[in-house]
Design a protein around this ligand. Structure first.
Ligand code: HEM
Length: 462
């Protein structure tokens, strides 16, 4: 079939603003609605920019098979590098250089690293919960960001980000909003509070670098930071010191708007669906009864795994990917030109009823051997697709699982107010809004309860 010489259909929008409001409000829902109306390729406008959207399973399969031939990541991501004084980073690299850098970081972000540290993952979760007061509302997302970022910092970079957490949140969110997703005006980067947060993020990176240069660094297993620093030492043309910052801060950024938000959505589900909470809790109690969980034990967590899959389907934190077209290609009968900016609407299939019947329903039966709805080609892409597919996907799944299992095994939680209805804050990535608050009502495990002297117990790992 020859390509249609006409441009792909344009989604109707407001003058000047175009579709910016709909895109900002709920990217996935808007891109899905337009896919159903206009087909697998269409154009949207946001202020003075135009994007070609590729959507549906056909777009996901194209991204997987052909993405490296036609798309470049640099333009979308390089604002973040710039913000850190670097010329480039793994996520803004393309082609063979990206492959080389990704290989170096593969082991440090691998599932095996977190598997080897399951007791620490539990202990960090437990220690954090022990600071939660009884019967007082706590911010849901922030409470999880504290746990997740501490786990990632300690495990992947050997450094606690505790004192830097608030600054990191401010820095990452503002930099993403102004320089990557461009959902907010650039002026936000010039406020004193942002300038301070950015300096603190750079200070954290300098500290992590210094710790990895010290002599004691030789006395332990090399981690992600050692591997990246070694590359910089061996080939400074490829990775000059000035480009180290994004890689060193990677572990401190990776979980903030991803794992933490997913855990917050998951907790919301558990606290509003007692039948699902009971099943996950039963799995958790059986797991901890056996002793310290092993990777083999985690593979048996069938219900929890399916709850995680369904949370990733319904609440994907990366609804779409943005890329620049490197050479002309044809898609669904239309020509897409080199230089165009495309949105690959990777999670549009997550809500298509022909793939997931009754898609608005939280249904963990979708992932059973008989149904396997997510295994349909192009149907499930919470971790992105193509060359930059999430390098920490395996890590993230273990981290979400262990954190949630530890929480539901150890404590009783409720929402505050109990009838809170989920509202999604869409920027920079979707998360439950600030109204999502949790309240600790008691400890489930007697030996995890703070004792009379105020000393804290440990989770029941017998
Ligand atoms: C629920 C959790 C997570 C989700 C949904 C998620 C999603 C994504 C997505 C969609 C991308 C691709 C972005 C693009 O192509 O533009 C990505 C890339 C990446 N993610 Fe994740 N992520 C998660 C957790 C993590 C964690 C825990 C780590 C580290 C341990 C991690 C490390 C990375 C890295 C290093 C990349 C860049 C890969 C590359 O450029 O080749 N992610 N992630």
């Amino acid at each position: 079939m020859t390509a249609n010489k006409k441009q792909p259909p344009l989604a109707p929008g407001f003058p000047v603003l175009g579709n910016v409001l709909d895109l900002a409000k709920d990217t996935r829902a808007f891109l899905t609605a337009k896919y159903l109306e206009l087909g697998p390729i269409y154009r949207v406008r946001a202020l003075n920019q135009e994007f070609v959207v590729l959507a549906g399973t056909e777009a996901n399969l194209f991204m997987t098979r052909e993405g490296t031939n036609y798309f470049r990541s640099y333009e979308f991501w390089h604002g973040m590098d710039d913000e850190l004084g670097a010329a480039r980073s793994m996520i803004s690299m393309d082609g063979p250089e990206h492959i080389r850098f990704r290989k170096v970081q593969q082991k440090g972000y691998g599932r095996t690293v977190i598997w080897q540290h399951i007791p620490e993952v539990i202990a960090i979760t437990q220690n954090e919960m022990q600071q939660w007061p009884i019967n007082e509302p706590l911010p849901g997302l922030y409470s999880l960001q504290r746990i997740i970022t501490e786990q990632l910092g300690i495990l992947a970079a050997g450094y606690s980000p505790r004192e830097y957490l608030d600054d990191m949140i401010k820095f990452v969110r503002t930099a993403l909003l102004t320089r990557v997703t461009k959902q907010r005006p650039d002026i936000l980067r010039y406020t004193p509070s942002y300038r301070r947060a950015r300096s603190r993020a750079l200070e954290l990176a300098t500290n992590v670098h210094a710790v990895h240069q010290s002599e004691t660094a030789n006395e332990r297993e090399p981690d992600l930071i050692d591997q990246v620093m070694q590359l910089a030492q061996e080939d400074s043309d490829f990775l000059p010191e000035s480009d180290l910052m994004p890689a060193i801060l990677g572990p401190f950024i990776a979980g903030l708007d991803t794992v933490a938000s997913t855990c917050a959505f998951l907790l919301y589900i558990l606290l509003t669906k007692p039948d699902i909470l009971a099943m996950v809790q039963q799995e958790a109690d059986a797991l901890f009864r056996k002793g310290t969980p092993t990777p083999q034990d985690l593979r048996q967590m069938d219900i929890t795994h399916r709850v995680i899959q369904e949370t990733l389907r319904m609440y994907p934190i990366a609804p779409a990917l943005q890329r620049t077209v490197t050479q002309d290609f044809e898609f669904a009968g239309y020509q897409v030109k080199a230089g165009d900016t495309v949105i690959i609407a990777t999670t549009v299939p997550h809500y298509l009823p022909e793939l997931y019947p009754d898609p608005e329903r939280f249904d963990i039966e979708r992932y059973t051997e008989t149904r396997k709805e997510h295994k349909q080609p192009g149907a499930f892409a919470p971790f992105g697709l193509g060359a930059h597919t999430c390098l920490g996907a395996g890590w993230a799944e273990v981290q979400i699982m262990m954190t949630i299992l530890t929480i539901v095994h150890s404590v009783d939680l409720v929402m505050d107010p109990p009838d809170y209805q989920l509202k999604i804050d869409p920027a920079p990535t979707p998360s439950p809004d600030k109204g999502f608050k949790i309240k600790l009502t008691g400890w489930r495990q007697p030996n995890a309860t703070p004792d009379a002297s105020g000393a804290q117990g440990q989770p029941n790992l017998k």
